[in-house]
Ligand binder design. Structure first.
Ligand SMILES: [Zn+2]
Ligand SMILES: [Zn+2]
Length: 261
């Protein structure tokens, strides 16, 4: 069975990815408008009507913006833990169908096994995912202040990883738009990974299954794709991990579809 994976967009302004394994079609987060998600799915010949489910990492707007409209229209079930569900119910007036999982648990959606794990981030009960398919495993690790040993253990099996490289420390410090309190929040242990912190994670994982690394969730103001790629790429190079392919993501456009298996 071939597995197709497309990041429909990733950045601090919106996140959504699409995974297709056999008959199973999943979105991971829905952080663009429903219309935008529909258009980006259409660009790969797919439609929201065919979805098996949407997996939600946490309730921040850049992960759920189009969720209510999209799922109310299509009846697609939303996979989330209880606290995140409650936060979603407070935000959406729509009648939506939920499938609640326990953080840390694994469950199946059709041909995909979903493993969940807790991440430190300032949301109700944020999680990361490892999606296991017959053609390989894909990890999602965005929106976390720091990577614990347990997290590294969970994503070590993934051949493909979407990893947060949110900000460059200097660009964040020099940013004039954000108040000090916001910067403190971003930099905290429940905030976001910097390029350097992403590089630490990449180097930690370099001896494992990882072959393809997508740098995700870049801040529009406090990061540059070339800077993130250089910071992580240089560190991987120095660690001798030349077998890992680095890819950019953007919130403005989708990535090329990756075919596994
Ligand atoms: Zn967040
Ligand atoms: Zn986010």
């Amino acid at each position: 069975m071939s597995v197709h994976f497309t990041i429909l967009g990733s950045g601090s302004g919106g996140n959504c990815a699409y995974l297709e394994a056999g008959e199973t079609r999943l979105l991971i987060d829905a952080g663009f408008s429903a219309r935008q998600i529909r258009e980006r799915l259409a660009s790969i010949g797919r439609a929201p009507e065919g979805l098996s489910g949407v997996l939600i990492t946490h309730e921040h707007g850049d992960h759920i913006q189009g969720l209510g409209t999209l799922c109310a229209k299509t009846g697609t079930p939303i996979y989330t833990n209880r606290d995140t569900r409650e936060a979603l119910e407070r935000q959406f007036q729509h009648k939506l169908e939920y499938r609640v999982f326990e953080t840390g648990a694994s469950f199946s959606v059709g041909d995909v096994e979903v493993r969940t794990f807790s991440v430190p981030h300032d949301a109700m009960d944020p999680v990361g995912f490892v999606l296991s398919t017959s053609a390989g495993q894909i990890g999602f690790l965005t929106d976390l202040g720091h990577a614990t040993k347990l997290i590294l253990e969970r994503v070590r099996v993934a051949e493909v990883l979407v990893l947060e490289a949110n900000h460059d420390l200097k660009l964040l410090q020099d940013d004039t738009k954000r108040p000090w309190s916001t910067k403190q929040r971003i930099l905290s242990r429940h905030g976001h990974l910097s390029n350097e912190a992403a590089a630490d994670v990449a180097v930690e994982l370099a001896g494992g299954a990882l072959k393809r690394l997508f740098l995700g969730h870049l801040s529009r103001d406090c990061n540059r794709p070339a800077l993130a790629r250089k910071t992580v790429g240089d560190r991987l190079q120095r660690a001798g991990a030349t077998h890992i392919t680095l890819e950019d993501t953007s919130q403005d456009r989708r990535c090329e579809t990756l075919v596994l298996g």
